[in-house]
Design a binder for this molecule. Structure first.
Ligand SMILES: [Zn+2]
Length: 555
């Protein structure tokens, strides 16, 4: 009876009003996201009014856009109900426990047993869920909804609404692009604040991952199993591979830059600078696996690199002792088989006074990597070894934190992580200081290893993983999709130092290398795997001589 009476008052309206109501609800419950974003932005006093208004409007429009995709008769109400239930749960978790629902969190939830989960259920949470979740989810079913007819005309109308909303959302985003993107890059967790979409996307990811894990993972490829030295050598080899971070080729005098950012290595006459080397990716995640893979950029499948041997496996198999010194975030899996691994994370070296004096904020200056170098070089000095030094280099946006005070040769630097607060000149100064400092560190590596010049074959290779945008065309930092990324992000410095013993042992014509190094864009990350094998005298069927920078310079 009551239900029948209630049904008499059932409102009737078009489907898009339901979406508007739903999106308004979503917009209100996202207040944590706005305040968090604005707090991050206003830390640098950049909270303009237009931005404050834009954030909720962007969320509202985005919610409308997303919901339109589910706007047909039998899908809209179930979608909205389910979405409201999720919204309520993640809103509660966020507000009460400060939990953000990314895929790791969803995975945790899936793996949590029911007993553990029950500890979160109490009268307060239950009441909250009923009021903000169950009730509105039920209310969605109350009104009678008029859906658009399934004809071409209504389809076109829906598409037109979608395109218009999309354009307005994109427009609002672009107006605030600079402030939004820089703040986001510094605080990537912010995207996880957008509820319930973060949770929906994360859940989809977890389900996809689960399906993929159940389907047999690719069989591990032991590419390196037949790798060996060509011949036993007269002298032991020391090869130091310095992996740079975010150094861009454009800021080197060899590429026409007006400042000299290599004053320290300039004094080392054996140093060769390669002009405009092409990077494989625009981020560490992409470039590092690529630099260590036997495959070229066009051949590589990034889902499979963890299931196949890379450069370090070939080196290991050939009998070299390897060391990895880490001062960046991580080696992104490429050092997984190296036993001598050391990370110079500040928290790990706090009890070492000398080392921790080389740290600022959460990271350490790259000089910490030199601390162990003497010891490694001195130990078992008649054995061949390969030492990887992974620099933090020019990692932004806090360039000013990468350089000790005494190396801040360019004055007037940008001293905040919010690059939009600085002039182009201040950013450039701070960035160039990081290159100068990296150059100092490389020169120190060469100085230390030079002690062994007479007795060893020695090579030092420095190459950066990707470049950086410093505000050109409104772009900052890196990680732009490769096809649209500017060359600032895709051209990197590379330097090589070989002692006379090494040149002789490998029959290399140094002058030929120098001539090739002057040719712009002659080399790319694709050359690294094959050239390193070559300089280490390693024989394998995966070696390609046309990608080896030394092969055309053999005497
Ligand atoms: Zn990087």
């Amino acid at each position: 009876m009551i239900i029948n009476k209630l049904l008499k008052y059932r409102p009737v309206f078009a489907w898009y009003w339901l979406i508007v109501l739903y999106s308004s609800y979503v917009t209100v419950l996202n207040h944590n996201f706005y305040s968090e974003y604005l707090r991050r932005i206003s830390e640098s006093n950049n909270s303009e009014l237009i931005l404050k208004i834009s954030l909720p409007v962007i969320v509202f429009l985005f919610s409308c856009l997303f919901s339109i995709l589910f706007s047909s008769r039998f899908i809209l109400k179930p979608y909205l109900s389910l979405s409201i239930l999720i919204l309520s749960l993640v809103y509660y978790a966020r507000t009460r426990f400060g939990v953000l629902f990314d895929s790791e969190m969803i995975q945790n939830v899936v793996e949590t047993n029911s007993q553990e989960a029950s500890t979160y259920i109490n009268f307060q949470s239950f009441f909250f869920f009923v009021i903000t979740g169950v009730l509105p989810a039920v209310l969605v079913w109350f009104p009678k909804i008029v859906y658009s007819k399934g004809n071409l005309k209504s389809f076109l109308a829906k598409t037109a609404v979608f395109v218009t909303l999309f354009t307005v959302t994109a427009g609002l985003f672009l107006i605030n692009f600079k402030a939004l993107s820089v703040t986001y890059r510094n605080n990537k967790y912010l995207s996880k604040e957008i509820i319930p979409f973060c949770a929906i996307v994360s859940t989809t990811k977890v389900i996809y991952r689960g399906i993929k894990a159940n389907v047999a993972p690719p069989e591990y490829q032991h590419y390196a199993k037949r790798a060996m030295l060509y011949n036993t050598e007269e002298r032991p080899t020391i090869f130091i591979y310095v992996l740079g971070e975010t150094a861009r080729a454009a800021n080197y005098k060899q590429n026409g830059y007006e400042r000299n950012t290599t004053p320290y290595t300039d004094e080392q006459e054996k140093m060769i600078f390669f002009r405009d080397v092409i990077s494989c990716g625009t981020s560490t995640n992409v470039s590092l696996p690529c630099m260590f893979s036997s495959k070229t950029r066009s051949e590589i499948d990034f889902d499979k690199t963890e299931f196949e041997d890379g450069l370090t496996d070939f080196i290991e198999k050939a009998g070299y002792e390897q060391f990895w010194m880490e001062n960046d975030s991580s080696c992104k899996g490429v050092c997984k088989n190296i036993k001598n691994y050391k990370s110079f994370e500040k928290t790990l070296i706090e009890d070492n006074e000398i080392l921790s004096s080389k740290c600022k904020s959460e990271f350490c200056y790259d000089e910490v990597l030199l601390a162990d170098l003497d010891r490694i070089l001195a130990a078992k000095d008649n054995e061949s070894k390969v030492i990887f030094l992974h620099l933090i280099g020019s990692h932004g946006p806090t360039y000013f934190n990468r350089t000790p005070e005494e190396f801040k040769k360019c004055r007037l630097t940008c001293e905040t992580s919010d690059l939009t607060k600085c002039t182009q000149e201040e950013i450039r100064n701070a960035y160039d200081n990081t290159l100068l400092y990296t150059d100092y560190v490389i020169s120190q590596v060469v100085n230390k290893v030079s002690t062994y010049e007479a007795s060893h074959n020695i090579g030092v290779l420095y190459v950066s993983d990707h470049g950086e945008s410093l505000g050109e065309n409104g772009l900052f930092l890196h990680g732009s999709p490769y096809y649209m990324a500017p060359n600032f992000q895709k051209r990197v410095p590379m330097q090589l130092w070989l002692n006379r013993n090494m040149l002789e042992a490998r029959n290399i014509d140094r002058e030929c290398l120098v001539q090739n190094s002057l040719i712009k864009e002659k080399y790319s990350h694709d050359n690294l795997f094959h050239s390193v094998l070559s300089i280490l005298n390693i024989k394998t069927e995966y070696y390609k001589s046309d990608l080896d920078i030394f092969s055309s310079c053999k005497k």
